[in-house]
Design a protein around this ligand. Structure first.
Ligand code: FAD
Length: 288
């Protein structure tokens, strides 16, 4: 199923993002399927699987997991694909594998450039990857966007201008980077529409439930932290159970507000934690 059709037919598309288990982590790679089995209870419209995040070069696990989500769990899947470390032949090979595995939707990404490392790629930006996917397959293409502007961009205006290259290359829907301040998302939507971007834009939300996540993910994301969020952290950061409850509650309130304001989709960054994701789902299920 084309995910773009879902966005065009459903009021609010609810999707989940998972990542392939890290090779050095304890537990078998199959552990991800227990996670998917639990996540299925939240009836996601699709599940997306990251690719090469954290520096893996070629991620065969992404293809395998996305294919299994579709085949064994009957849930639509989207595989991510980056190009920052790949030549054209490698990218074509991944597109071929995705097609052979019956994957119909791909999130095209440039990937992060690791500071100090040399870039060996035939692609400068995600729009060029979109063109390559388009040329070599009939796969539906989605892309990433940044409500506060991508960190390499001078400002939000120039980032939105660059976003138009992706749309021109065939990207049919966008998913945002995580954010904690809905006002910034609404402002971004207004500016994107004003710039002529008419594709659906789903809001990427990550429930923050641990101190480690605050120190790592939140700091790395560069997302602005509104008073309501920092106040919550200040009250709970040394009380793990309270922080977990408050983080889930914050995500629920954020998502309810987004749905009430007509967001095209909610994309939950699950961090492979089905219990947290299901708790969030229970708090929003009546609106989906
Ligand atoms: P691009 O669209 O190429 O943009 C990067 C920068 O270049 C921006 O500043 C933009 O304004 C500018 N730019 C874009 N096009 C042009 C152009 N044609 N000319 C000049 N400038 C241009 N990373 C992973 O490694 N694996 C994943 O699975 C993954 N999944 C993600 C999922 C989502 C929903 C999001 C939001 C991000 C994800 N990322 C992932 C992170 C992503 O790879 C990084 O944010 C990366 O730095 C930028 O990727 P991009 O596709 O947005 O790049």
């Amino acid at each position: 199923m084309r995910i773009t059709d879902l966005y065009n037919s459903k009021k609010t598309v609810f999707s989940l993002e998972i990542f392939p288990p890290k090779k050095e982590a304890s537990g078998s790679p199959e552990s991800i399927y227990h996670t998917v089995e639990k996540l299925a209870a939240s009836k996601p419209d699709f599940i997306s699987v990251t690719y090469g995040a954290g520096g893996n070069l070629v991620d065969n696990a992404t293809c395998e997991i996305a294919a299994s989500i579709k085949k064994n769990f009957g849930i639509e899947a989207m595989a991510h694909l980056t190009c920052v470390n790949s030549g054209r032949d490698e990218v074509r090979e991944m597109i071929r594998r995705y097609k052979a595995a019956d994957i119909e939707n791909v999130l095209v990404l440039r990937g992060d450039i690791i500071e100090g490392s040399e870039v060996h790629s035939d692609f400068s930006h995600a729009n060029e990857l979109a063109i390559e996917v388009h040329r070599n397959s009939d796969i539906t293409i989605l892309g990433a966007c940044y409500p506060e502007g991508h960190y390499e961009s001078e400002d939000l205006h120039s980032d939105i201008q660059n976003l138009k290259y992706k749309i021109g290359a065939g990207v049919g829907a966008l998913i945002t980077q995580l954010f904690f301040d809905n006002a910034l998302f609404y402002d971004f939507i207004g500016q994107a529409k004003g710039a002529g971007i008419a594709v659906p834009i789903a809001a990427g939300i990550m429930p923050i439930v641990s101190k480690r996540q605050i120190e790592k993910t939140v700091a790395l994301s560069g997302a602005s932290l509104p008073h309501s969020f920092t106040g919550m952290i200040g009250r709970c950061e040394n009380h793990p159970d309270e922080l977990r409850r408050a983080g889930i509650d914050y995500a629920i309130r954020q998502i309810r507000d987004l749905i009430e304001h007509g967001a095209d989709g909610i994309h939950l960054y699950t961090m492979n934690n089905p219990d947290v994701s299901l708790a969030v789902y229970e708090g929003i299920a009546d609106l989906l």
